[in-house]
Design a protein around this ligand. Structure first.
Ligand code: 3H9
Length: 694
């Protein structure tokens, strides 16, 4: 049973008991109604307390039920709340830990609310691409006022219960035991004559409601360009202000039904569950014991090493930072300090916290100082010989049980592990630059990586607030292996008739934060050049456009050299189309005897995105990623894929794999078509009418 019912001297206590977060699924909803009716029919009961067992009052509607028959099956949440609100005996919501979404809406339907301090109160529906659909847009403004409510509804951000103590939301903030306080409160109001207060009867008072609503509209316009939900939140609140509670409620319902079916909401829900699913590794049980990580060491104080060190320091974990030369160490420390100073200037970090964080770093030039580290992350030059030296040395100095991690982005983690006598302790931790900012962490599982090492790193990733995704060993792991195909297509399209600015514009319009050419100019074109040179040796059969090599031969490595695919002016990061480069591209096509043609924006987007999808499908087939949503999380967290499209694999599902397959076959028949080898998984799923995500 998802709801418990007990009685305590004239008070009925209805306790939601649906772990992990008391989601308001069908059986929980039915249980609440049953409890309310039982209490009504019991003459010995004078009041009702509604609360949640475990770690939440309620996390809201059960999101897994959305778009299934259960979501609309009676009693719906709206019906439950109506019954709670209509109860002749007063209902007191006893709120603790988490009251979010439908959970808060349920509490708003109660006649009284008693809260414990430290509870997270939110209407976070907007983050799932929907709006509060069980009266939240109508009752919250009546409880805490138009401005505060609209801020909470449009942002979805949790507010601590103690901050809302004087807002009108709670009748009491319990100082001691919440259950005791709620029972005492219930007895008090149970003794009172009804009717008991209902938020729906309150008026929304505001001196200039129309003005504030317009202000809210202007504020969300820019940030919510691709998301309909924030606009609908405002519309629904406005409907209640203008037309009263019942009409506002009906309008809110209409908006909810429409929004829950949008691709944007599907994408956001996919991201919510995908992020949580990424931390679950199929053959590593959730109760796998983890190793203690109290002391970390980072080898290399360059941009990457410094950024990696900051992640641990920010989480309060001391870091020993090792370099080979004093100047490099000093430079690395100065950069870390500069980053923190910038955060202080922006008001994101308290000045005293800066020194506290710097004090957590122990700089050193000696490997002997790494002997107490529980985790050592190597961030040295990306050459196997250099890694070999480091790992052989680590094998000598690291304590037994220490986790030895490599930040390699391309090298074979199994070979690196083989430099030690403890390959089970070796794992890849591929951070993305700037490592202190980027959310993504690819955790590379070697052939011999121990399960408890993986479990430990995944847990640690949560602590340092990364989206961690496990990848098997292959060239480029998940993210870079896919992006290579994307870049390959971008370069072929230059050869065939497009120019960098057109390609970037088309894919940025699709929603990418940055097109491939602006991205390459930012990262440095020499990096891709070095990788291609390696490819030419290792895979001489692999066909690449040589157009980027031509660019690199002229020394145009990107922003750092003042020119790449674009021209740059000193102190200005704007990418200006370059006549020199565009002429070079046209000349190159001529030399290669590749007739130039007009390439449509649609073709650009399809070739770029489907090249990711095709490689992603191969990555799944090979077991490099264990599920499609893991690939999407890599692309959302690390590669600027538009969140409202949910990642390449979900996007492919939205387009339909039948259509993806047809497009790939079409491109395979064009010049440079040898780059397209259709992944068998796409054809198989398309034939069954299925998608990557079921
Ligand atoms: C809504 O209410 C609509 C209504 O307005 C209208 C209806 C008509 N449903 O995050 P965690 C799972 S929309 C289903 O790791 P934490 C989660 O997937 C809802 N499942 O824990 C995970 O499962 P697993 C509005 C849910 O302690 C497990 O619980 N509410 C839901 O770090 C633990 O989650 C929200 O948007 C749910 N609603 O954080 C709240 N919530 O273990 C979304 C969680 O299998 N939830 N799960 O991976 C959260 O923000 C956090 O989960 C919460 C707990 C703060 C509650």
């Amino acid at each position: 049973m998802a709801v418990d019912y007990t009685t305590h001297d004239g008070v009925a206590v209805i306790t939601l008991n649906n772990p992990p977060v008391n989601g308001l699924g069908l059986s929980t909803r039915a249980g609440i109604v049953e409890g309310i009716e039982r209490a009504q029919n019991d003459p010995g009961i004078e009041a009702i307390v509604l609360t949640g067992a475990g770690k939440a009052f309620s996390g809201g509607a059960d999101i897994t039920e959305f778009n299934t028959p259960k979501a609309t099956q009676e009693p719906t949440l709206a019906t439950v709340i109506k019954i709670v609100e209509g109860s002749a005996k007063p209902v007191v919501a006893a709120i603790h830990s988490v009251a979010m979404g439908g959970g808060l809406e349920l509490a708003l339907g109660a006649h009284y609310r008693v809260a414990a301090p430290g509870a997270q109160i939110a209407l976070p529906e907007v983050k799932l691409g929907i709006l509060p659909g069980a009266g939240g847009t109508q009752r919250l403004p009546r409880a805490i006022g138009l401005e505060a409510a609209l801020n909470m509804i449009v942002s979805g951000t949790p507010v601590m219960s103690e901050k809302l103590a004087d807002s009108g939301l709670f009748d009491e903030l319990a100082q001691g035991d919440l259950a005791e306080a709620a029972l005492a409160f219930a007895r008090k109001v149970g003794a009172k004559e009804g009717p008991h207060p209902k938020l729906r009867d309150r008026r929304i008072e505001h001196p200039n409601a129309a003005g504030f609503i317009q202000f809210a509209r202007n504020s969300v316009a820019a940030v919510a360009k691709h998301f309909p939900a924030p606009h609908k939140c405002i519309d629904a609140v406005e409907a209640g202000v203008q037309n009263g509670f019942d009409k506002g409620l009906a309008f809110e319902r209409e908006c909810f039904i429409a929004l829950v079916q949008t691709p944007e909401s599907r994408a956001l829900r996919h991201a919510f569950f995908g992020e949580r699913a990424a931390s679950k590794i199929p053959d590593v049980p959730s109760d796998t014991p983890v190793r203690d990580i109290n002391q970390v060491a980072v080898i290399g104080a360059g941009t990457m090493g410094g950024g990696i060190a900051m992640n641990f320091i920010n989480a309060g974990i001391p870091v020993t930072l090792l370099e080979t030369r004093q100047e490099a160490l000093d430079r690395g420390l100065a950069t870390i300090r500069k980053n923190y100073e910038a955060s202080v200037r922006k008001g994101k970090l308290k000045p005293e916290a800066l020194e506290q964080r710097m004090a957590l770093i122990t700089p050193t030039l000696s490997y002997d100082d790494l002997k107490n580290a529980d985790l050592i992350v190597e961030a040295v030059f990306e050459e196997l010989d250099v890694k070999e030296q480091v790992f052989r040395r680590l094998d000598e100095v690291a304590k037994q049980g220490a986790i030895l991690a490599s930040n390699t982005s391309t090298l074979d983690v199994d070979r690196i592990a083989a430099f030690t006598k403890r390959p089970q302790d070796v794992v890849g931790m591929h951070f993305f630059s700037p490592a202190n900012v980027m959310k993504l962490l690819e955790v590379v599982r070697g052939r011999e990586t121990a399960k408890d090492v993986l479990a430990t790193v995944m847990k640690l990733a949560k602590k340092i607030r990364k989206t961690a995704v496990v990848s098997g060993v292959c060239d480029g792991f998940i993210g870079n292996r896919m992006i290579e195909q994307y870049i390959r297509q971008a370069l072929f399209m230059l050869e065939e008739g497009a120019l960098p600015a057109q390609v970037d514009r088309a894919i940025e319009k699709f929603g990418f934060a940055m097109g491939p050419f602006r991205m390459s100019d930012l990262a440095g074109n020499d990096i891709g050049w070095a990788i291609r040179k390696r490819r030419y040796q290792e895979h001489p059969d692999m066909h690449y456009s040589k157009i980027a090599d031509r660019l690199c031969e002229t020394g145009r490595f990107g922003q750092k050299t003042g020119g790449g695919w674009y021209d740059y002016k000193a102190g200005d990061r704007t990418a200006y189309p370059s006549k020199v480069v565009d002429d070079m591209i046209v000349a190159f096509s001529k030399e290669a005897n590749a007739g130039r043609r007009k390439i449509s924006d649609e073709e650009i987007v399809e070739r770029l995105v489907f090249s990711l999808v095709n490689e992603g499908a191969k990555i799944l087939e090979e077991g490099i990623a264990s599920k499609a949503s893991d690939i999407d999380m890599v692309y959302l967290a690390g590669y600027g894929f538009p969140l409202y499209r949910g990642g390449p694999m979900l996007y492919a599902d939205t387009v339909g794999l039948y259509n993806v397959e047809r497009a790939i076959r079409r491109y395979a028949a064009q010049p440079n078509g040898d780059a397209w080898q259709l992944a068998s998984g796409i054809a198989a799923l398309a034939a069954q009418g299925r998608g990557f995500n079921g």
